[in-house]
Design a protein around this ligand. Structure first.
Ligand code: 2PG
Ligand code: MG
Length: 437
C-alpha cells in the first residue's frame, strides 16, 4: 500500500452546535496518517445550494443522516479506496461524478463535503504540516480580517429582529490578535448595554446576542454605542458589517420587516440601506436583496458598490459560474465562500479563483450550525482569502475557530501580516481611496 493512498474511509454521525445530527468523515492512509472533518449546516440556505441528504422520517425532526453516513461507508468508500490522497482535484471529480446530480442530492452535500475536507486534512497530515501550510505551499501568508457577529437575528433567532447578522470588522487593528481583543471588548460592552435596557434574551444560533430591539435600526445604534463604550473609534477602529439575508424577508415582491410591521419595495429597501450607510460606519452588506432580485442587486451595486463591500451569499452559493454571471451583470463586489454550499473543496477553490479573476472580494464563512471542526480557518489562511466570518465571540464552535487563527498567527511569527483592512474597506465614505497596488 502506497504511503499516501487512502487505506480506510469511515463515516459516522456526530452532533452539531444546534444539537442536530451531522456527518463526520475520517480518512486513514497507508502510512497511518489520518484526517477528519465534519459537515456544517445552514439555517438560511440559498435555493441554489448543494443539498444535504437528510433522512426525512421520524427522529430528530427528519434531520437524521443515516443515509448520508451509509453513502460515505458504502459507495464513496469503495470509489476512493487506494486513491492518492494528495490528488484533491481527482478525488473531488470522483465524488462529483459518483453523485451525478447538479445539486449533490443523491449522495448528499453533507457526505461529500465531510469526505472532501477529511482528504485534505489527511494529505496535510501525511506531509506533516498543518492544512493551511499544505494549501499555501511556500506562498507568503497573511491572516484574514475577522468579521464577527455581535447581534444575531433572522433565521438564527426565530425572527426576533429581521436583520440576520450585525457584525464588526476592525479596519484599525494591526493583527488578528488585536482584532479579537477589540471584538471581545465590543461584545462585552454590547451585552452590558442590552442587559441595562432589558433587551437581552440570551444568545442566538451563532453566539451573538438575541436582542429585543424595537426596530432593526436600533441594532445599529447599539453597535455604535458599544464600540464607543469600549473606547474605540466607530468607523476608524471598528466598523460595521451586516448580513441582511434578504431572501428570508422576500414574499410577494416585497421585503417584509416583521419587527416594524411594514413591507418595503426594492426601491424603498435600497433607500433604507443607503440611508443607513450614510448614517452609520457600515463597510459591508451581505445579501442585501433576495437571491432572485437581480435588478435590485444591480441597482444597489451601482449606487453603493464604490464605497461598500456588497457580498453575495445566497446570491452566489459558492458557485464559480454564478459568480461569473453576477460579475457580468454588475451585481455585488464580493462573494461568501462556504464549502458545503457547493459540496467539495475543489469547487470552493474554483469559486475563489473566479472571484479573483473578476476582481471580487471574498470571505470564507462558517454556517450557523457548526462544530469543533476548524478546517475553514485553514482554508482562508492557506488560500489567502482576505476575510473570515465564523459567527460571534462566544460558544466553543465559534471560539475554536478564532483560537485556531491565533495559533496560526503565532506559528507565522513575524511573517504574520493581517491583510490591511484599510485596503479592503478603504473605499468607505469619508476615506481617501487606497491604492490597490
Ligand atoms: C449566513 C450564514 C452564516 P447560515 O447567512 O451567512 O451566518 O448563515 O449558515 O444559516 O446560512
Ligand atoms: Mg449570509
Amino acid at each position: 500500500m502506497k504511503r499516501t493512498a487512502i487505506n480506510e474511509l469511515r463515516g459516522r454521525r456526530v452532533w452539531d452546535s444546534r444539537g442536530r445530527p451531522t456527518v463526520e468523515a475520517e480518512v486513514v492512509l497507508g502510512n497511518g496518517a489520518w484526517g477528519r472533518a465534519i459537515a456544517p449546516a445552514g439555517a438560511s440556505t440559498g435555493a441554489g445550494e448543494a443539498k444535504d441528504l437528510r433522512d426525512g422520517d421520524a427522529p430528530f425532526g427528519g434531520l437524521g443522516v443515516r443515509r448520508a453516513v451509509a453513502n460515505v461507508n458504502g459507495p464513496i468508500r469503495s470509489a476512493l479506496l487506494t486513491m492518492d490522497v494528495r490528488a484533491q482535484a481527482a478525488i473531488d471529480a470522483k465524488l462529483i461524478a459518483l453523485d451525478g446530480t447538479a445539486d449533490k442530492s443523491r449522495l448528499g452535500a453533507n457526505a461529500l463535503v465531510a469526505v472532501s475536507l477529511a482528504c485534505a486534512q489527511a494529505a496535510a497530515a501525511a506531509a506533516r504540516v498543518p492544512l493551511w501550510r499544505h494549501l499555501a505551499g511556500e506562498r507568503r501568508i497573511a491572516l484574514p480580517v475577522p468579521q464577527i457577529q455581535i447581534f444575531g437575528g433572522g433565521a438564527h433567532a426565530r425572527g426576533r429582529v429581521d436583520i440576520q447578522d450585525y457584525l464588526v470588522v476592525c479596519p484599525g487593528a494591526g493583527s488578528f490578535a488585536e482584532a479579537l481583543e477589540w471584538t471581545a471588548e465590543v461584545y462585552a460592552a454590547a451585552g452590558a448595554r442590552l442587559a441595562k435596557k432589558n433587551a437581552l434574551q440570551g444568545v442566538a444560533d451563532e453566539g451573538g446576542y438575541w436582542p429585543a430591539f424595537r426596530s432593526n435600526e436600533e441594532g445599529l445604534v447599539e453597535l455604535v454605542g458599544a464600540i464607543a463604550d469600549s473606547g474605540l473609534k466607530p468607523g476608524d477602529d471598528v466598523a460595521i458589517a451586516l448580513d441582511i439575508a434578504a431572501t428570508q424577508l422576500w414574499r410577494g415582491g416585497r421585503y417584509h420587516l416583521a419587527l416594524e410591521n411594514r413591507a418595503l419595495s426594492a426601491d424603498q429597501m435600497i433607500a433604507m440601506l443607503l440611508r443607513w450607510t450614510d448614517a452609520y460606519p457600515i463597510v459591508s452588506i451581505e445579501d442585501p436583496f433576495a437571491e432572485t432580485d437581480h435588478a435590485a442587486m444591480q441597482a444597489f451595486t451601482r449606487a453603493a458598490g464604490a464605497r461598500l463591500q456588497i457580498v453575495g451569499d445566497d446570491y452566489f452559493v459558492t458557485d464559480a459560474a454564478r459568480l461569473r454571471a453576477g460579475a457580468e451583470r454588475g451585481a455585488c463586489n464580493a462573494i461568501l465562500l462556504k464549502p458545503n454550499q457547493i459540496g467539495t473543496l475543489s469547487e470552493t477553490l474554483a469559486a475563489w479563483q473566479a472571484a479573483q479573476e473578476a476582481g471580487y472580494g471574498a470571505i470564507v464563512s462558517a454556517r450557523s450550525g457548526e462544530t469543533e471542526d476548524v478546517s475553514i480557518v485553514h482554508l482562508a489562511v492557506g488560500w489567502g482569502v482576505p476575510q473570515l466570518k465564523v459567527g460571534s465571540f462566544s460558544r466553543s464552535e465559534r471560539m475554536a475557530k478564532w483560537n485556531e487563527g491565533l495559533r496560526i498567527e503565532e506559528a507565522l511569527g513575524t511573517k504574520a501580516l493581517l491583510y490591511p483592512a484599510q485596503r479592503l474597506f478603504g473605499r468607505r465614505r469619508g476615506q481617501t481611496p487606497v491604492d490597490k497596488s
